[in-house]
Design a protein. Sequence first.
Length: 195
Amino acid sequence: MSISLQKGQKVSLSKDNAELSKVLIGLGWDEVKQSRGLFAPKPQPIDCDASVFLLQNGKLMGKQDIVYFGNLRHGSGTVEHMGDNLTGAGDGDDEQVVVDLARIPAQYDKIVIVVNIYQAVQRRQHFGMITNAFCRLEDSGKHTEMCRYNLTDDYSGATALVFGEIYRHNGEWKFNAIGQGTNDPGLAELAGRFA
C-alpha cells in the first residue's frame, strides 16, 4: 500500500522491505493551460527536466555524480535516467529514474531528486505554470508503489524544485519529501547548492 507524504515527512523504504533492491523514481507534472491574447505569440511548451545528484557526506563531488538527460547513467551503473520528456504531455510518469539501492557504492549517502525548467529564464517560465506535480517511488521488483509525494504549494517564480531525497540512515534507506522551490536558472546552478 502506497504512503501519501506531506512536505517534510520522512519514510523508511527498507524497514519492512529487507529484500528491496531497485527503486523506480517516477516524476510527473501537467502544464497549466496558458491563455494568449490576439497578437501574443503562441506559448512554448514547458520542458521540465528531472535529475538526480549522488552525494558523498551530503556533498556533490563533481558532475560525474549528476544523472540527467545529458548523462543518462551513473559511472557505477546503479542509477539510470530513462530519458527526457520534452512536454510533460499525457498521464502518469513524465520522467523516470531507476536506482539500484542494493548496489549503490558505500561512499554515497544521499540521492537528491530535482526538477528544473529548461531555459526557464529565456522562455519566462516558472513552476507556477505547472500543476499536478508529483514524485513517487516504486519497488521495481514487486511493481508496487511505496510512497507518493504530491506537491501542493504555490511555486510561482521558482524555476527549479528539490523534490526530495533518498538517504542512508542506520543501515536503512529512507525518503524525505522536501518540496523546495529555487530560482536557479539551470542545472549547473542548482547543482552548486550541493557542492
